[in-house]
Design a protein around this ligand. Sequence first.
Ligand SMILES: Nc1ncnc2[nH]cnc12
Ligand SMILES: [Zn+2]
Length: 337
Amino acid sequence: MTDLDAFITGLPKAELHLHIEGSLEPDLMFALARRNGVAIPYASVDEVRAAYDFGNLQDFLDIYYAGADVLRTRADFRDLAAAYFDRAAADGVVHAEIMFDPQTHTARGIPFADVIEGLLDAMADAQARHGMTSALIMSFLRHLSEEEAFATLAQAQPWLDHIIAVGLDSSELGHPPEKFARVFAAAAEKGLKLVAHAGEEGPPDYVWQALDLLHVDRIDHGNRALEDGALIDRLAAEGMTLTVCPLSNLKLCVVGDLADHPIDGMLELGLKATVNSDDPAYFGGYVADNYRAIAAARGLNKDDLAALARNSFTGSFLPADAVAGHLARIDAYRAAQ
Ligand SMILES: Nc1ncnc2[nH]cnc12
Ligand SMILES: [Zn+2]
């Protein structure tokens, strides 16, 4: 392990953009398929990995929703999340705000309660075993209707104390944020924070809509905001956090090459970029792998990496005293190197 690799692993960091269904590793997919008697269209782990060759977001989503079919019981969701937390802890993640897509499961007849209770089991366990804090972001699938998003918000009502925010994911093109303005307003009235994927494949206008119509607290991805100077100024002036996902961007062809990735350009423009894994089982790496890949591709140094880790806490939904504690730990860690 190089000095920079070791620095990245030991750097305290938060993960702010992680779809728990996207952490389903092929090994666990096979184990759950066997446990639940579910047929999957792959004969081996190698065959699964070979299928993970995506030309765009929709190519990936088709495979991701098919993979999620092995998740059936509360224990499955617990095991899925426990595997993620163990892996994230090994990467120096001390706080994770994880997204889940209830509609992917309720549409298959899985009770909302089983999904969320399984995740909450694993979150309590991660706190006990790793000292890791975590929070849940409930994401609406944007290819579905506003009405279905409202129904999902209603289903979540008994667990609202366990959900920090709502999010918006799935197929971006053709499903602009404005479609969900009313359900986001209803979520805000319930005291939930708001995040949305915007500017991954969608145009800068979708980022404007996420700001002006959804009133988000954070933008997931945001890459295409860089095409609009006025939008860059707005995001910088508001100190809006962008949850950027380098290996995802590469695998989904948002960038052609990591050498052209804009992460350091974002920092230079005064944008609060963070590094995250998105769907690590599908994109070839967890959060430290993303830090390592982007550091190598863009020549980032320890100060750049520490700045990205600081942004992960200032952009989190942790209380101010917890954020201050994590920032102090990063500064002490950096000073000791
Ligand atoms: N990168 C991504 N973009 C949109 N929806 C997603 N769901 C899971 N990963 C996603
Ligand atoms: Zn995502």
